[in-house]
Write a protein that binds this ligand. Structure first.
Ligand code: SAM
Ligand code: SF4
Ligand code: SF4
Length: 425
């Protein structure tokens, strides 16, 4: 029996929005049939969690709730991502009854004009819908679905993130916030117009984003449900690099982990499109990169094909279908940086006010949040630096950080470098 526990299943490619970064707008517009959905569910008897999500608006599928109920009747947990434009009272009742545990609504800007320009839909309507959904859920005394935001970070909106957090709080949402940069893989970039091509957030600015907003991404008590969205659960089952394992167990928010040993999708999940074509994840679209098709290939064959890609990533190689995937690049570059390269010790480590005990004290007291991802990002930025003062200089120049205020934020990288014996105390 195959042991796939996580599947993303695409209900449809049809949509009532026109987001300028969405490759679904250029695909054949069609729905999954109920029969294909049922076949998929039957093929994977060990399923624990599915996400109903693809390149269209899931709630437009005429049998969306029948599919969800089938999964519910098999004891499978359900997450979904939606554009949030279709929360009528009838649909809200159905959402509350079909077992969806985690629901995220996509947003890039909390300003109606930007929202309309980017998504081609009305923010006001989305907000009214979220209010109605939360009210109906709370009136029933129900905890699910946890309702959060999915944020695609663009250059023009990256500074608006705190305003999205304010909106989240104002609305009383609790399903957390997932963030992702604009996808750089070829199947996406080929549809970006000139304007959208200016919206990539550079690696450095992504690092700065995470550094600046780490606190918001962690969330305060009271704004965070215990229910795990699909990706969060997938990641919590993933394998991480050993030298961070101990810290990893303490990590507050697994959704923002980056110290993977391998890709969590290749380890434990599959994506099935509306035609039953299977790829390792939703970023791999072209049929030529498919692992197989429901009804045409055995699941064993599909999983063997996936294993080959998994071994490549674990060996520090980006498989061809994963080219330009940020996660693949992160894992493989990190793995190659761990290959038996002799750690270069700093000649004269200069710690200024820092020393190992105050670093560890700060980590333990929780002053530093989201430390793993911050140190990961900073490490990339500071590649080649071997002294703390070099790192501090580089960071302060690049990000114009005031070291008096900002020094605590760079402690994680210092700790990381000590862990890796790149510098010593
Ligand atoms: C494809 S949509 C489908 C679900 C639903 N229609 C929605 O917009 O939420 C799923 C998520 O992918 C994000 N997305 C779409 N195109 C993207 C791209 N080119 N790069 C990064 N994220 C993208 C959307 O913003 C959304 O959060
Ligand atoms: S709402 Fe979702 S599916 Fe529709 S265009 Fe936007 S990203 Fe694509
Ligand atoms: S490495 Fe990236 S593209 Fe490849 S399977 Fe994993 S998430 Fe998908």
């Amino acid at each position: 029996m195959n042991s796939v526990k996580f599947l993303q299943i695409e209900p449809t490619t049809r949509c009532n929005f026109t987001c300028k970064f969405c490759c679904g707008r250029y695909m054949e517009q069609s729905d999954i049939s109920f029969e294909t959905f049922e076949k998929i569910i039957n093929e994977f008897p060990e399923l624990q969690h599915i996400e109903l999500q693809g390149e269209g608006e899931p709630l437009l599928h005429p049998q969306f709730f029948d599919m969800a109920k089938l999964a519910q009747s098999r004891g499978i947990r359900i997450s979904m991502i939606t554009n949030g434009s279709m929360f009528t009272s009838q649909r809200i009742d159905k959402i509350l009854e079909c077992g969806i545990e985690a629901l995220q609504i996509s947003i890039e800007s909390p300003k109606p004009k930007d929202f309309y320009e980017i998504r081609g839909g009305k923010l006001e309507k989305v907000i009214d819908g979220i209010k109605a959904l939360l009210k109906a859920r709370n009136d029933r005394g129900q905890k699910y679905p946890a309702v959060g935001f999915a944020v695609t970070v663009l250059n023009r909106t990256k500074e608006m993130f705190p305003l999205i957090v304010d909106l989240y709080k104002q609305l009383g949402m609790d399903g957390k916030m997932s963030v992702q940069p604009l996808n750089l893989m070829e199947s996406y970039t080929r549809i970006y117009g000139e304007a959208m091509s200016q919206e990539f957030v550079s690696k450095e600015d992504q690092a700065l984003f995470l550094l600046k907003y780490a606190e918001f991404l962690q969330f305060y008590k009271g704004f965070k449900s215990n229910i795990k969205h699909f990706y969060e659960e997938l990641v919590s089952n993933a394998e991480f690099l050993p030298f961070l394992e101990e810290k990893a167990n303490k990590a507050a928010n697994t959704a923002f982990r980056t110290d993977f040993r391998s890709c969590p999708w290749l380890d434990g999940a599959l994506y099935v499109d509306r035609n039953g074509v299977i790829t390792p994840c939703c970023s791999i679209k072209d049929e030529k990169n498919a692992l197989g098709k429901i009804g045409e290939n055995s699941i064993d064959e599909i999983l063997q094909n996936r294993s080959k890609m998994r071994e490549q990533v674990r060996g520090g190689i980006v498989p061809e279908p994963c080219r330009k995937c940020a996660l693949a690049e992160l894992i493989t570059s990190r793995l190659s940086s761990l290959l038996p390269k002799k750690p270069q010790l700093a000649e004269t480590p200069s710690f200024g006010k820092f020393n190992k005990s105050n670093v560890l004290e700060n980590l333990d007291s929780g002053v530093i949040s989201n430390k793993d991802i911050i140190s990961e990002s900073i490490l990339e930025l500071c590649d080649g630096e071997t002294t703390c003062s070099g790192i501090i200089d580089k960071l302060s120049q690049r990000w114009k950080l005031n070291m008096d205020e900002g020094q605590v934020k760079i402690l994680p990288v210092i700790e990381e470098l000590i862990c890796r014996e790149v510098i010593s105390v």
